[in-house]
Design a protein around this ligand. Structure first.
Ligand SMILES: *[C@@H]1O[C@H](CO)[C@@H](O)[C@H](O)[C@H]1NC(C)=O
Ligand SMILES: *[C@@H]1O[C@H](CO)[C@@H](O)[C@H](O)[C@H]1NC(C)=O
Length: 485
């Protein structure tokens, strides 16, 4: 059989008519070298995992069990073992077992019934023994006798203890993370996102201090639908009250006190406690399916009702708007809410030359360099607020500069931000300077005076204030994930 290529010009380049192997072996060797040196960095570092295999069938035929999948480590000569686990276990939940089904652990003990064990001809009936140290050993008690025996590990998927969440896998008791993987330790964040970084929702926290002019019910706050991790507390002889959307009281309505306990409201369970001292709390995990109205029933001057919850980002704007419309002040001092004529708001050089001339930008020295990732991270993580804002006006004084800004987009907040805020910066020449009518990404701190009368947003010297751009926006979102917990 002819193995040589036909065309004559081939013979000029390649070896004269030769068996196929002579041509392809050097080629194969060349490809192998390319793979191992070029792509794998000179055969150092770890090997590579094959893709995961498929999940096995559930270890049990009813109730809870585990399913496993595995992968193999492919290593070239000189490579280290792969990083990570070769097996992954996940929880599988089938229909509940019929009443009277023998539990998995009982079944495993019972397999030794009637068989001679312990090196004698004696046989016993075995039932699970739960008092031994390792929960994932098959510890079985000889019925009617005062000893137990350990028959090694229980099978994967056996509950660690009856009724508990953990399941035994390879002799260890593991619980499922919110991703369903056993032992992953992944938790739901405050926004209800599995493995999230709390950045798809915003935190609302406030103390309602308004003193009512008469005894009776006073509105504290609306709690919008979608709220999570609601906590309310107050210490006085006053009482918290909760109103559902249909206007009916969930608790402490019509002047009558409800007993402490758990109440169903807006699709969640609200736990109400009333201590022996004058103290009350409300807690609910949420998310709420409808809005709730929190009130306080005043009997004496109000020392303060603390409340907090987490809101989906999209619910935050409407919540702020309604809170403002109802006249619930959220921060002082507050910018005027009526939009004044532009010339008045923006202190542009041509608008008031007298004042600005002495403080023209060129009389301000250069600012320290505050660019870079480390700087952004430092300020993002250390700030109480990070938001996009448009500068509406600037007012310079000897001690400080006050910017009036419109809040456009909130990345992080510890307390609610209004749509218009004052932001204060130290001195008449703040660093970095903000120009009127421009949009910035700002990281600000909350500064509350010791007597609680002044609550301000502070832009620290050499802090983070960058002109807003889509690129800066993504860098800030990235920084959000890097903050230490
Ligand atoms: C989310 O916020 C809660 C409460 O502030 C905190 O305990 C938790 O560590 C945060 N999670 C992440 C991933 O930052
Ligand atoms: C309390 O809030 C509810 C719901 O927004 C409103 O209908 C009611 O008029 C408010 N009551 C007072 C006294 O402001």
């Amino acid at each position: 059989m002819a193995v040589c290529p036909g065309p004559a010009d081939h013979r000029l380049l390649g070896p004269p008519c030769s068996p196929r192997a002579h041509v392809f072996l050097p080629l194969l060797f060349f490809l192998w070298t390319l793979l191992s040196c070029g792509l794998r960095g000179a055969a150092q570092g770890p090997g590579e995992w094959t893709p995961w295999g498929s999940w096995s069938r559930c270890s049990s035929s009813c109730g809870r069990g585990v399913s496993v999948r595995s992968r193999r480590c492919v290593r070239l000569p000189g490579e280290e073992p792969c990083w990570g686990d070769s097996h992954e276990y996940r929880l599988c939940q089938l229909l509940d077992c019929p009443l009277g089904t023998m539990p998995f652990r009982d079944l495993q003990c019972a397999l030794y019934n009637g068989h001679p064990v312990l090196g004698t001809q004696n046989t016993y009936r075995w039932v699970p023994f739960h008092g031994a140290p390792n929960l994932c050993d098959l510890n079985c008690l000889a019925e009617g006798h005062a000893f137990y025996h350990s028959f090694g590990r229980v099978l994967d998927g056996t509950p660690c203890t009856p009724g508990a969440q953990g399941l035994c896998v390879a002799g260890r008791c593991l619980s499922a993370g919110c991703d369903g993987l056993l032992g992953s330790g992944t938790l739901e964040d405050r926004c209800g996102l599995c493995g999230g970084a709390n950045d798809s929702c915003l935190f609302v926290q406030r103390v309602f201090r308004d003193a009512g002019a008469f005894a009776g019910y006073w509105n504290v706050t609306l709690i919008p639908a979608g709220a999570r991790h609601i906590r309310v507390a107050q210490r006085s002889r006053n009482h918290l009250a909760l109103v559902a959307r249909d206007g009916r009281y969930v608790l402490n309505g019509d002047g009558a006190l409800s007993p402490p306990g758990t109440y169903e409201a807006a699709g969640t369970r609200v736990t109400y406690t009333r201590g022996a001292g004058p103290e009350e709390t409300l807690q609910a995990a949420g998310p709420t399916s409808q809005e709730l109205l929190l009130q306080v029933l005043l009997r004496e001057p109000n020392p303060g009702v603390h409340f907090e919850f987490w809101l989906p980002r999209e619910s935050y704007g409407p919540f702020q708007a309604r809170a403002q419309a109802l006249g619930w002040p959220l921060r002082q001092p507050q910018p005027r809410e009526v939009e004044p004529p532009r010339a008045e708001t923006v202190v542009a050089p041509e608008a008031s030359p007298a004042r600005v001339a002495s403080l023209a930008p060129d009389t301000c020295g250069p600012c320290p360099d505050s660019r870079g990732r480390a700087h952004r991270l430092l300020h993002y993580c250390g700030s109480d607020f990070v938001f996009q804002a448009r500068v509406l006006g600037r007012h310079r004084q000897a001690q400080e500069t006050r910017y009036e800004v419109r809040v456009l987009l909130i990345y992080k907040n510890r307390t609610p931000l209004r749509s218009r805020e004052y932001v204060w910066a130290p001195g008449p020449c703040p660093c970095p300077p903000l120009a009127p009518r421009r949009e910035y990404l700002l990281a600000a701190r909350r500064l509350v005076s010791p007597d609680g009368t002044q609550d301000r947003l502070l832009l620290p010297h050499a802090g983070y204030a960058r002109p807003w751009s889509p690129a800066e926006d993504s860098r800030v979102r990235l920084a959000a994930r890097r903050c230490p917990a």
